[in-house]
Design a protein around this ligand. Structure first.
Ligand code: ATP
Ligand code: MG
Length: 560
């Protein structure tokens, strides 16, 4: 068993253990809790597949919970994008819920805590509070406001809520232990004043609960049984439990927080803050730029939900952080598209080829198989004529025996068409080849059943008929960062590693069957790679995104 498989099971082990010690299966409930402060990225896919995967496995409800406690950064646009992405990934949530749904309940509980002497209003600045926190090896010191009377605290907290104070004037803190070895237990903040309208509650509130105070109580209110979060919250678990202790009733399910490792991916960043910076500084065209590691960027680039799910399930859930090679994601999409993408011909780096013995003005429509791997995919017609484009790199005047493409005096088959022989070529003043003259064997047409059509030649080239080809915009993408771990350098900012050549736009020539293709349709450009139709396409001009090349670099890495 691999390390990944072992770690995939550790979450399931937690649940299995709970079930075998008597936890009722019908009380299992999970949630995926994004903060609507950006678009979902490939790291979130791990958490989505984990939580929704458990839902499917145990036939339990999974909530989509928006953790919307910071109006300064959250927006409706992000809520909409997150819902779209989770849905597109193929998962259905039980309830769509918001931490902001619980603002009143949280407030009421906070009042209870004050009454029970478990919370107090502190009126010091954030800086002073920070200096009193101490260090892991040095106790913190109590705030001079720690022993305010219950009445005073209640009055101040109520006035905070009513908007009587400016931001930073007061905060509500839990009264726990300023000498705790866990710094998070040293009287953590529960509320701060923010005079900012919220995307859902508008100006109803000007005090907002902190993450720790909100998350566990939201889990409890929704009766989530297992609350999985990433490792940086491991130290928060004690506080999560302390807050639950203040509100839980025996008859209800007490949620359990457990942690797994955040996923990092090579040659990219997965932090909404950093992705937002790329958008704001216009390094990319938006959150769904095909170079972005966002779900919507990957989707626009041609990734399928199936490939992303397979990828997330393959890398599994780990206990320790490590960097996942993006070529593994490319492997997943290649595997999926190989099965489903129709094959077409497109020439991206054209050179003209003239068949000198083919009649002028004639054209014929050849049968071309849509997907040799899929018997039901059928055939289409592709036009053939005297003047064609082939790829520049498919022709050399002279080449050794290993060059299975076209060379002077040599033969190749034109895919779905005839065997041709290169006779001569024409060059411009700089010595660049601008035209290749060939002859063809009229009896060698593919599928015609003649002896000549069955003749084997070493190479097969893709091509398009110049007269019929559609000139299209083709966007070729490279990695967004030149460095494997752009945001893990102590002395350098991740922005320094942005690859200035991550996008190359060229004109490619595609066969005319693509005229009717629609946005998001995806094709294999034979011998090149997978390409889909971008939403920027218009009636006048098709725009293609390169999804991934055909070459399987990851499999090669594995063989090393
Ligand atoms: P970011 O830094 O990208 O904003 P976040 O953790 O603040 O990440 P949330 O919206 O709070 O983002 O995340 C929702 C859920 O997805 C959380 O449970 C979080 O732990 C999980 N998650 C976020 N990023 C990753 C990642 N890279 N790998 C695995 N899980 C992740
Ligand atoms: Mg966050």
């Amino acid at each position: 068993m691999s390390e990944e498989e072992k770690s995939l099971n550790f979450i399931e082990h937690i649940i299995e253990d709970d079930l075998s010690s008597g936890f009722p299966k019908d009380k299992l409930r999970f949630r995926f809790p994004p903060e609507p402060n950006g678009y979902l990225h490939i790291g979130h896919a791990s958490s989505i597949c984990l939580n929704f995967g458990l839902g499917l496995r145990y036939n339990s409800p999974v909530n989509l919970r928006f953790d919307d406690t910071n109006p300064a950064k959250e927006e409706q646009e992000y809520v909409d994008a997150i819902k779209r992405d989770v849905d597109w990934l193929g998962f259905s949530w039980d309830a769509e819920v918001y931490a902001s749904d619980y603002f009143q309940q949280l407030y009421d509980w906070a009042v209870e805590l004050i009454k029970n002497g478990k919370a107090y209003v502190d009126s010091q600045s954030a800086e002073v509070i920070a200096t009193q926190k101490g260090t892991p090896t040095q106790d913190g010191e109590n705030s001079p406001f720690r022993d305010r009377t219950v009445e005073e605290n209640l009055a101040l907290f109520s006035e905070m809520k009513e908007g009587k104070y400016k931001e930073g004037e007061h905060v509500l803190r839990a009264k726990i232990d300023m000498t705790s070895s866990n710094m998070l237990m040293r009287d953590p903040l529960m509320y701060r004043i923010l005079h900012k309208p919220h995307h859902r509650t508008n100006t109803d509130w000007c005090i907002y609960p902190m993450y720790d105070w909100t998350h566990g109580e939201s889990d409890y209110l929704e009766q989530v049984s297992h609350s999985f979060c990433t490792l940086e919250f491991a130290m928060h678990r004690e506080l999560y439990d302390w807050f639950l202790d203040q509100v839980t009733v025996d008859t209800k399910v007490r949620p359990k927080q457990r942690e797994f490792a955040r996923r990092n991916f090579s040659h990219t960043v997965v932090s909404k803050r950093k992705l937002l910076q790329l958008v704001e500084e216009e390094v990319v065209t938006g959150w769904d730029d095909p170079r972005m590691p966002t779900i919507s960027g990957l989707r626009r680039k041609g990734y399928t939900a199936n490939a992303i799910r397979n990828f997330a399930n393959t890398i599994g859930i780990a206990k320790r952080e490590n960097v996942v090679d993006v070529s593994l994601l490319e492997f997943s999409i290649r595997e999926d598209l190989n099965k489903i993408a129709p094959r077409v011909m497109a020439v991206l780096n054209p050179v003209k080829l003239v068949i000198t013995n083919y009649p002028d003005g004639e054209e014929e429509w050849l049968d071309a198989e849509n997907n040799p791997g899929d018997d039901n995919a059928g055939y289409r017609k592709v036009p053939f004529s005297k003047e064609l484009y082939i790829e520049k790199e498919d022709f050399k005047e002279e080449a050794n025996k290993k060059f299975f493409r076209l060379k002077l005096g040599g033969e190749v088959r034109l895919k779905n068409g005839y065997i041709i022989k290169a006779e001569s070529c024409t060059k411009d003043a700089e010595g660049n080849i601008i035209e290749i003259q060939c002859t063809y064997d009229p009896k060698s047409k593919s599928g015609s059943g003649t002896e000549e059509s069955l003749r084997k030649v070493k190479g097969t080239l893709h091509w398009v008929s110049i007269k019929h080809a559609i000139a299209s915009e083709v966007r070729l993408y490279d990695r967004l960062f030149n460095d494997e771990t752009p945001d893990q350098h102590k002395d350098k900012d991740f922005m320094e590693f942005v690859n200035p050549e991550s996008l190359k736009v060229i004109t490619g020539f595609v066969e005319p069957s693509l005229k009717t293709a629609k946005v998001e349709d995806i094709f294999q450009f034979q011998r090149i790679g997978y390409f889909n139709i971008d939403k920027d396409s218009t009636a006048e001009k098709l725009v293609f995104n390169k999804t991934v090349g055909l070459r399987d670099t990851w499999a090669k890495l594995q063989q090393k």
